[in-house]
Design a protein around this ligand. Structure first.
Ligand SMILES: [Mg+2]
Length: 230
C-alpha cells in the first residue's frame, strides 16, 4: 500500500492482546463479589455500569478506592483487607490479559529496525496502570498513554495529540492501528492520523464487538503492517 509514517500508535485490547475473555472474567467478578461480601448482580451493575466511565477516566485516587466506591454505591462497607483481596484477584485477571499475539513483539522489532517510534493509546480501567510498566509490551513501546492515567479517553482528540507530542511526531506522520472500539479510528482520523482497522480472527471465548464499518485500510494481524508500509 506504501503508506508513509514515522510512528505507529496501537490500541491495546483486541489489537495487541485479545479482547476480554468472558470465560475468565465471570469467575473473577464472582470471586471479587464474594471477597467483598456483596451481591454479584449489584456489584456488576455498579462496577461495569455506573462507575465504568470513572474507572476509565481515572477519577479515583487508586484502584482500591474504585472498588470501595463501587461497594459504597450499593450500601456495603467492606473491610480494607477485603478490598485488597478483591483487587488482587482483579490484578491477576488483568495480568492474564496482557500476553500479546505472537506476531506483535517481532513486528515491534521490525518497525524499530526501520527507525519508527511506537506508541499505545488504551481506554483502560485504573487496574492496568500499576501493572503496565512491568509488561513486555510496555518495554517494547516508546510511549504508552493509558486513559486512566491521563484522565482522557478515545475518541477525545486530546489523547491522540498527547501521544503524538510524546512521540515527537506530527499526527499526519503517524499510523493508528486499532480494532475500532470507542470510535477510535474516526478519532484518530479527526486529528489527522492515518488509521488502519485491525480485524483479528474471532475467538468464540472472547467478547468482541462486531467489526465496525470501515472503508479505510484493513489488516488481519499486526505483522501485516509491514506490507502497509512497504
Ligand atoms: Mg480495542
Amino acid at each position: 500500500m506504501g503508506l508513509k509514517a514515522e510512528a505507529v500508535v496501537f490500541d491495546l485490547f483486541g489489537t495487541l492482546v485479545p479482547s476480554f475473555s468472558t470465560n475468565a472474567y465471570e469467575p473473577c467478578l464472582t470471586a471479587m463479589a464474594a471477597d467483598l461480601s456483596v451481591p454479584l448482580a449489584s456489584f456488576r451493575r455498579v462496577w461495569n455500569g455506573q462507575l465504568w466511565e470513572d474507572r476509565v477516566m481515572g477519577r479515583f485516587a487508586d484502584a482500591q478506592e474504585s472498588i470501595a466506591k463501587a461497594c459504597h454505591a450499593i450500601d456495603a462497607h467492606p473491610a480494607w483487607d477485603a478490598v485488597e483481596r478483591a483487587l488482587k484477584r482483579r490484578l491477576d485477571y488483568e495480568r492474564s490479559l496482557l500476553t500479546p499475539f505472537d506476531d506483535v513483539l517481532p513486528t515491534f522489532d521490525w518497525l524499530h529496525g526501520r527507525g519508527l517510534r511506537l506508541g499505545l493509546i488504551s481506554n483502560c480501567a485504573m487496574e492496568l496502570v500499576p501493572l503496565w510498566d512491568e509488561t513486555e509490551l510496555a518495554r517494547g513501546l516508546d510511549v504508552s498513554v493509558l486513559s486512566a492515567a491521563v484522565h482522557l479517553a478515545k475518541p477525545d482528540p486530546r489523547i491522540y495529540e498527547l501521544a503524538c507530542n510524546r512521540l515527537e511526531v506530527q499526527p499526519k506522520d503517524c499510523l493508528y492501528v486499532g480494532d475500532g472500539s470507542d470510535d477510535e479510528l474516526q478519532g484518530a482520523q479527526a486529528v489527522g492520523m492515518q488509521a488502519v482497522l485491525i480485524a483479528t480472527r474471532p475467538d468464540p471465548a472472547r467478547r468482541r464487538r462486531p467489526v465496525p464499518h470501515w472503508d479505510g485500510p484493513r489488516i488481519e494481524g499486526c505483522a501485516e503492517i509491514k506490507t502497509l508500509l512497504a
